[in-house]
Design a protein around this ligand. Structure first.
Ligand SMILES: Nc1ncnc2c1ncn2[C@@H]1O[C@H](COP(=O)(O)OP(=O)(O)OP(=O)(O)O)[C@@H](O)[C@H]1O
Length: 322
């Protein structure tokens, strides 16, 4: 595999005697969308600041595009674009003027800055009247798009987005996420997405890292984290019956005797069965053979919400799951 575009090695930061980031090791490859998750104060921002050379690590190294962020912060600045959760513009300038101004500040020559700015506005879906509208009249969603254009106009290889969808309506969120996805696919852009919106992260990220108390508690694709954490109950199926079951349920012991069934829980018309392999057809056959009317069958997937909760609960009990 190619060299990672971001390489964090034993990255550690103390503020006084407080350890905000604790020996972080992480590799992110070009074109990946990586989700940084964690409760408030977990150390995400401090990690990003170190990665961008904006604060010095107490120990360890942060390399971006092969450049050490601590010893060469100016070079790293060229490769990384950062979009904070709240983006600000010159209110009485138009979107195009704002973007051209930022472009020039970043050393883009006058002869090409207008074309570059227009092309970025088009990329983020700001066209027609929006181009020449003063940004004071921009909605939150439009501002986020312009914020992304501002980051892209510098032609970065890595973009860091901090809560980019905060305050945007659901259809705007969907459009913004698909924009991020296509930028990563089409341009090989590497994206670090910090967000507390787990279902959004789940939709768009190739991998996620879960930060708790300055350490990376878990890292991987949602599928691999889910397998690792919920291996004991790799397969869970929820069955809905037409009629509620009595408690205790007379056929529970027989169902538990089916090969690979591990746990059965009964709640009115609902049956939840955990098993070490996918034996949904056997379970349905069993129920039908006993004359139960099955009205619904749903395999349960463990998503990011469950993964996050599991790590978070372990943080509170101070156990490490990795
Ligand atoms: N300049 C600083 N001086 C002292 N402590 C700091 C400083 N910056 C951050 N901290 C502390 O370091 C810890 C990690 O903070 P950080 O901002 O990195 O967390 P975060 O995961 O980004 O949180 P959030 O989700 O709230 O943005 C927190 O306990 C915070 O109070």
């Amino acid at each position: 595999m190619d060299d990672p575009i971001i390489k964090l090695n034993n990255l550690t930061k103390y503020y006084g005697s407080f350890k905000a980031v604790d020996g972080l090791d992480l590799k992110i490859h070009q074109g990946e969308i990586f989700g940084l998750l964690g409760p408030n104060g977990a150390g995400k921002t401090t990690t990003i600041l170190m990665m961008m050379g904006l604060t010095e690590p107490t120990n360890g190294t942060a390399e971006v595009c092969g450049v050490d962020a601590t010893t060469n912060p100016l070079a790293v600045k060229k490769y990384v674009g950062y979009m904070p959760d709240s983006v600000g513009f010159y209110d009485n300038m138009t979107a195009l003027e704002n973007l051209m101004y930022i472009g020039e500040l970043n050393g883009i020559s006058r002869s090409i800055v207008k074309d570059r700015a227009l092309s970025m506005l088009e990329t983020v879906g700001l066209t027609g009247d929006a181009v020449h509208k003063r940004t004071r009249a921009y909605s939150r969603g439009m501002k986020q798009r312009l914020g992304l254009a501002e980051v892209l106009v510098k032609d970065p290889q890595v973009v860091v987005l901090d809560e980019p969808t905060l305050g945007i309506d659901p259809s705007g969120v969907k459009e913004f996420l698909s924009l991020i996805s296509s930028l990563s696919k089409e341009r090989g852009l590497t994206v670090l997405l910090c967000s507390h919106h787990l279902h959004q992260v789940q939709q768009v990220c190739d991998r996620v890292g879960i930060f708790v108390k300055g350490t990376l508690q878990g890292e991987g694709s949602i599928h691999s984290l889910s397998r690792r954490l919920f291996a004991r109950h790799a397969h869970t199926v929820n069955i809905t019956l037409a009629k509620a079951l009595q408690s205790p349920w007379e056929d529970e012991a027989a169902l538990l005797e089916l090969e690979k069934v591990q746990e059965v829980s009964v709640n009115g018309t609902s049956l939840e069965i955990a098993s070490s392999a996918d034996i949904t057809p056997d379970i349905v056959r069993f129920l039908v053979s006993k004359d139960y009317a099955v009205s619904g069958v749903q395999k349960r997937e463990y998503g990011l919400e469950e993964i996050y909760q599991t790590y978070f609960e372990h943080q509170n009990s101070d156990h490490n799951l990795s």
